[in-house]
Design a protein around this ligand. Structure first.
Ligand code: ZN
Length: 309
């Protein structure tokens, strides 16, 4: 083979690989979803029981009442109709149309994970230099005391300021038979104008992470709870939207180690950007951190009310 042929062969293999990433097992149009589940469709908006699910061509998220919800694959426009992957319908959309889809048992024990501690400082506040681990510990202790007052048993993955390996944290949650796992972080971005809250849940097997380009086929223990994870993430962002005025970056899929092996629904919450001066200043206030903790607690209580039985 001459060089040109070798180049063409490489190009064909590469193109096939790229296409393989975008192959949809089966797609379903918004019109078909509307018909099957007796919803109304207006443009690319499905209306379900007064709630609006807004889709957009090429977007890997849809919005549920304005809150971004991740989809494993982007929506795509074909001959004037918008289609989504069948797995997206089952994992991302149906939990918001059929409430029983995210059904769970009553929550008794909640594992609370302070994202950083010990030698692991996390990021730093641009307002006053406070380490992320200090805010994580404080929000976790406020959250624990609010939840305890509401009758929940609390397990802290990091009861003191020590480094705890990521894998150990899910082991602590599982050993204590936690019914929910909540990991608390503060965010950082190179662009200092970025602000707001976001909640990460485990990427379902066979789907793309929010920032990922490769589909992970392996399923983890945490994937038993894909629907509950997503609904919990949504409720956290819904409550943030109502109470914390810092912008809502929605729910995102990620393969974070702490979420992979937990045997219960879980979420990793980024409670605001320490790299944004105005937000870092707010987070430095004890009252604002209490607001964050009580917002997360309200979301957990609503999750238990809606999904627990
Ligand atoms: Zn962090």
């Amino acid at each position: 083979m001459n060089l040109l042929k070798i180049f063409c062969a490489i190009l064909i293999v590469a193109t096939n690989l790229l296409n393989a990433q975008n192959v949809y097992a089966r797609t379903i149009s918004l019109n078909e979803i509307a018909q099957s589940y007796k919803l109304s469709l207006s443009g690319n908006d499905l209306v379900s029981d007064g709630h609006i699910l807004s889709f957009k061509d090429k977007a890997r998220t849809f919005k549920f009442d304005g809150i971004p919800i991740p989809m494993g694959f982007p929506a795509k426009l074909q001959k004037g109709k918008l289609y989504i992957d069948d797995s997206v319908l089952k994992k991302s959309v149906l939990p918001f149309i059929i409430t029983s889809y995210a059904k769970y048992h009553k929550v008794r024990t909640i594992a609370i994970d302070a994202g950083h501690g010990g030698v692991d400082d996390g990021t730093k506040s641009v307002f006053d230099g406070t380490k992320e681990k200090v805010f994580c510990a404080d929000i976790c202790s406020k959250l624990a005391s609010i939840l305890k007052k509401n009758g929940y048993k609390i397990v802290l993955t990091r009861p003191s300021d020590k480094k705890v390996e990521l894998i150990k944290r899910s082991e602590i949650a599982n050993a204590n038979k936690a019914d929910l796992f909540i990991s608390i972080h503060l965010n950082s971005a190179p662009n200092s104008s970025v602000s707001g809250t976001e909640t990460f849940v485990l990427t379902p097997a066979g789907a793309l992470s929010t920032y990922g380009t490769k589909v992970r086929t392996k399923s983890f223990t945490g994937n038993k709870y894909d629907r509950q994870n997503l609904y919990l993430g949504y409720l956290i962002q819904k409550h943030f939207q109502k109470k914390i005025d810092s912008g809502n970056r929605g729910v995102k899929y990620a393969d974070f180690v702490v979420l992979k092996n937990i045997d219960c629904p879980g979420a990793l919450i980024e409670c605001g950007f320490l790299s944004n001066y105005a937000e870092a200043e707010k987070i430095s206030s004890d009252q604002h951190r209490y607001e964050i903790a009580s917002t997360i607690a309200s979301a957990i209580i609503e999750f238990d009310k809606v999904c627990g039985n």
